[in-house]
Design a protein. Structure first.
Length: 109
């Protein structure tokens, strides 16, 4: 799979995931429901983007990628922060190599 296309699709999936956050609580933690919803949204968005670009990937690999991204976001940001700072988080994750690392660890590179 083309690395640049995958990176673009990854950013599109991450943008959809973080941009879809709706703050429903003011605690700093993530609930299991919030994490599941964000991973599910990431997987659906990434799979749709891949399909729209004539590409495919195993569900398990895309799920692994989305869980990797979720783990990184959750470790550093509260649910509220992720909702409020989505653009900043995406730029930071790309520039620091987190997105590439998750792509590679999921076997999508």
């Amino acid at each position: 799979m083309n690395s640049n296309l995958l990176k673009f699709l990854s950013l599109a999936g991450l943008t959809a995931t973080l941009g879809a956050c709706v703050v429903t609580e003011t605690t700093s933690g993530w609930t299991a429901e919030q994490k599941k919803r964000e991973v599910d949204s990431c997987v659906a968005s990434a799979m749709a983007s891949l399909k729209a670009n004539g590409k495919t990937a195993e569900d398990s690999k895309v799920n692994s990628y989305c869980n990797c991204i979720m783990d990184k976001v959750e470790a550093k940001y509260s649910y509220e922060e992720a909702n409020r700072e989505a653009s900043k988080i995406i730029a930071e994750m790309e520039s620091s190599g987190v997105i590439d690392a998750c792509i590679e660890s999921a076997g999508l590179k």
